[in-house]
Design a binder for this molecule. Structure first.
Ligand code: SF4
Length: 511
């Protein structure tokens, strides 16, 4: 059997880091971890190839070569998914589709030959058995949650790791919280499930053996879902592994804000090599947190929580949302003030989106406020629901937040604020990555000579070089990120220009 695994293109969003890639000579941020893991579950005797369309184009010859094309995607990749499926149909190639997007939108794809939905550990084996017997069904779906102890190490040999800015590992799935707008609990449940210590170390070994050095992203929905297991088994094992292997990696992940309350856990994470954490802060407005069921963020000093994490040695990246029903007209200024004061450089501000499978989707549907499918891109100003605040006011306010936080002055001010607060442990030695020198050269040229941020760039350049020399590479990294964020903010502004955006009047009329 010849299998072609295809990962469709994702659009240019904050998360793509596409405009930053050209500085470091990489093609994409992360490899398609889900497909690499599925590949490892297929029979070893089958011939497998993987095309990540974010790295290079997919040709018709490659599609025609395959007996089956396996495709997996997130909602945000919808457009590219449709293109791949259309091409497969035209060429007469059979398709097998799975992953979060197809699981949530199963009815939208009658042209797929076999939908293998939910978690692959539960549904793929039955599909493979039926295929072997010559009787594969059109749909495989189960409500059962997978035991991650059955999950194999991804088949890393299918990609060229040098094309990517970071590698990734999934240690756990699920999240104990249940935020109204989030589809994680619907997809993976509230009881965190995780791999064993041995599995995790095997994944670190696999990346190390392939010569990877640098960033490894733990893609978990909430890495600290099962703290006891982390503290007593996983993190101590990672600390030992890192010491024994000359600290080849640094890690980053996603976690809930209550990480700030656990100094023991923070210390262990920092010692294990975690340097960054993404946290869903969402809003400094208490009513918005209450409305969205973000219990862990409520009744706490969010700025102080962020500072505690930064001072423990982890840079904080933050997710923010505007568009809650309870958002007052002052929300935009409050968000800007909070982001500036927090020193959160990577502030991903998005519009509230009603994803299928969420409690929010259900509620808005009951209230008659849904306007169609979510694109999965939370910077998409077309909105898929009727907001309480007028749509024009919401989009205008959203753009004002992006304008403010990604203006060179405010952005570079946050970088300096972060570098002042941040206390990294510096346990490992600095690994000079291929592309670092080129990135420095290109940043000097593109940002320091031609960029509109050049004054701020040089101020940060010399300040970090003399005041925080060990953080100089980080300062340059953030300068490059800033370029990407500004490009995306400009694009969002272009897409949302008034008054041409279709559907505005309808959205404006909700009372
Ligand atoms: S804490 Fe994060 S992952 Fe968990 S439900 Fe809330 S938004 Fe989703």
């Amino acid at each position: 059997m010849k299998i072609l695994l295809v990962y469709p293109c994702y659009p240019d969003t904050f998360w793509s880091f596409r405009h930053a890639m050209k500085f470091i000579g990489r093609k994409a941020s992360f490899p398609p971890l889900g497909l690499l893991t599925v590949a490892a579950m297929l029979p070893a005797t089958w011939t497998k190839k993987l095309i990540d369309m974010n790295v290079r184009p997919l040709t018709d010859n490659e599609l025609s070569w395959a007996d089956y094309v396996f495709i997996s995607a997130m909602t945000v990749q919808r457009e590219s998914v449709q293109e791949v499926l259309d091409r497969c149909r035209r060429l007469g190639v059979k398709t097998v589709a799975g992953g979060p997007f197809f699981t949530s939108y199963r009815d939208d794809f009658p042209e797929v030959d076999h939908l293998v939905l939910g978690e692959a550990e539960c549904t793929l084996p039955q599909f493979l058995d039926d295929l072997d017997m010559g009787t594969p069904r059109p749909v495989y779906s189960e409500n059962r949650r997978a035991d991650l102890e059955d999950t194999p190490v991804p088949l890393w040999d299918l990609i060229d790791i040098r094309e990517y800015a970071a590698m990734n590992i999934q240690y756990s799935r699920g999240c104990p919280f249940d935020c109204e707008f989030c589809d994680i609990t619907g997809l993976f449940g509230r009881k965190p499930r995780s791999k064993t210590r041995e599995q995790l170390l095997a994944e670190l070994d696999a990346l190390n053996a392939r010569g990877w050095r640098g960033a490894v992203f733990f893609v978990d929905d909430n890495f600290i879902g099962d703290r006891l297991k982390l503290k007593t088994g996983i993190l101590p094992a990672m600390i030992d592994w890192m010491e024994a292997h000359n600290r080849p990696f640094y890690f980053y992940t996603e976690a809930s804000i209550d990480l700030a309350d656990d100094s023991g856990l923070l210390a262990l994470m920092a010692r294990a090599g975690f340097e960054e954490v993404f946290i869903g802060i969402e809003t400094p407005q208490e009513e918005g947190l209450a409305e969205s069921g973000k219990v862990q963020n409520r009744n706490r000093d969010l700025l102080a929580s962020v500072r505690r994490i930064q001072q423990a040695g982890l840079q904080v990246h933050g997710g923010f949302i505007v568009g809650f029903d309870s958002d007052p007209p002052t929300i935009f200024d409050r968000q800007i003030r909070f982001i500036q004061e927090s020193g959160i450089v990577t502030a991903m501000v998005g519009l509230l989106t009603a994803l299928r499978g969420t409690r929010l989707h259900q509620r808005l549907s009951q209230e008659g406020r849904l306007l169609g499918n979510a694109s999965g891109n939370n910077t998409d100003v077309s909105l898929n629901f009727i907001p309480r605040m007028g749509a024009k006011e919401l989009i205008g306010g959203y753009q004002s937040v992006l304008d403010a936080i990604y203006s060179p002055k405010n952005y570079y001010q946050r970088v300096i604020r972060l570098l002042r607060e941040y206390r990294p442990l510096h346990l490992g030695k600095f690994h000079l990555q291929p592309g670092y020198i080129g990135a420095l050269y290109k940043s000097v040229l593109l940002l320091g000579v031609f960029g509109k941020e050049r004054l701020h760039f040089w101020k940060l350049f010399f300040w970090s070089l003399f005041a925080k020399p060990r953080l100089f590479p980080l300062a340059i990294t953030y300068a490059i990120y800033g370029f990407h964020f500004r490009k995306i903010a400009e694009k969002i502004k272009e897409n949302g220009m008034f008054p041409n955006n279709e559907g505005w009047d309808e959205k404006e009329n909700f009372t």
